[in-house]
Design a protein around this ligand. Sequence first.
Ligand code: SF4
Length: 483
Amino acid sequence: MQVILSPQDQRDLHYEIECILRMFLPQARIRFGQEEEAGPETVRVVTGAGAGTENRVTLTLPDFSGTESEPAGGSRRDTEASVCRCLYRLLTRATGKKIAWGVLTGIRPVKLVRELREQGMEEEAISRRFTERYLTAPEKAALCLHTDRVQQAAIQRAEKKGYSLYISIPFCPSRCGYCSFVSHSIEKTRRLIPEYLEKLEEELEHTAAIAQEKGLVLQTVYMGGGTPTVLEPEQLRRLLGKVERCFDRSRCMEFTVEAGRPDTITKEKLEALAESGVDRISVNPQTLNDRVLEAVGRRHTAADFFRAYELAKSFPFTAVNVDLIAGLTGDTPDSFRHTLEQVISLEPENITVHSLTMKRAADMIGEKEQRLAGVSQVGAMVDHSQRALAQAGYRPYYLYRQKSTVDSLENVGFCKGDTLCLYNIYIMDETHTILSVGGGGVTKVVLPGNRIERIFNYKYPYEYISRFPVMLERKDALRNFPL
Ligand code: SF4
């Protein structure tokens, strides 16, 4: 797909145009170039300059040709939005696909609501901004506004010098077919765990010292992965003991561990977590359809989930979260509905519904026709989950989108009452600094003026171990930030 801009020199439009094209034509190879290079698939964009001119987009595909235009004018951001709307309308006509988020490509739409609200906009005006400027479906705009309302009190609890600590355990018992996270098969990397944990303890110490120097206040801890409960009870005890010794948790409001895969959860491990002050855990089946579980390589059954969940509920955790994925291979709207009904009947404090990512959908299903048949159902599953959870008394408390999600759909965390997970809100809202330790961890420093600086840890356990000193050095940059 060749994109030709006129005037040519408008690099600031590239990113958004590419995002819109990818939402409709995820497999397209997109190039920005000149008229002479035009092939059978082309987007031509002509931007106007001021009153009386127009922004015009023409889309040519082997079986489609059309043009959309809007009056030109306003800022560069206005031009960008106008070009995106034209392109969106053309792609909707050409593919018959309706992307409910319109031209809103950002992964944090609820943060946008908060920013607009803080600028003094009323809810009605924010909703209009979403539906008119970004062509977002009214129900998605309403979902963002609702989520923002639920989040407000949590965001107010963030202290000025507050931060969250993220601890990464990038190991799993086996790799799920749809996984897009850093995770290695434990069969191959199990031998690295002891050395990894030693380094992790060292990094915890180093990070705690910097946090103390800067006078930061620890407000939430989240241990994720991977699957932290691949660790043995003694390894968990030792690691959590280290956290306890290094960090002042006197103002820490929650400690979450993503236990994750039911096949790793045992009574001894949950005892180790509960004794160490962990008060929230996740038990994630993703689906309760055994055929689907097998197809996606989860290596556990629905019965394993029920056992792990019951076990988790026998401990005094404040909240247990259950993760589900809409759109897994072989899942159908009926089977997804059945999974959701069963999970709701257990009344977990939190339920998180993710949409399958496109890359994995393509990898897993292969045949284009099958993929298209599959993806068209995902939106229906997501919509159903939101209605059913609202009826069951759950409220959306955090929401984010991923670039490669099927139909550009969202992931939403729901909570009963006030059982929301603060960490999930803070990371998505970029409320405060997140200090991350472990392989694949990304430290995000929130600076005055909403500026974000990132410090990356090495991704894979072997790199994390072998290049450890480099990472500690990188982390020292924290000392120079005005935190
Ligand atoms: S449990 Fe999660 S992180 Fe681990 S392989 Fe499966 S999807 Fe990936």
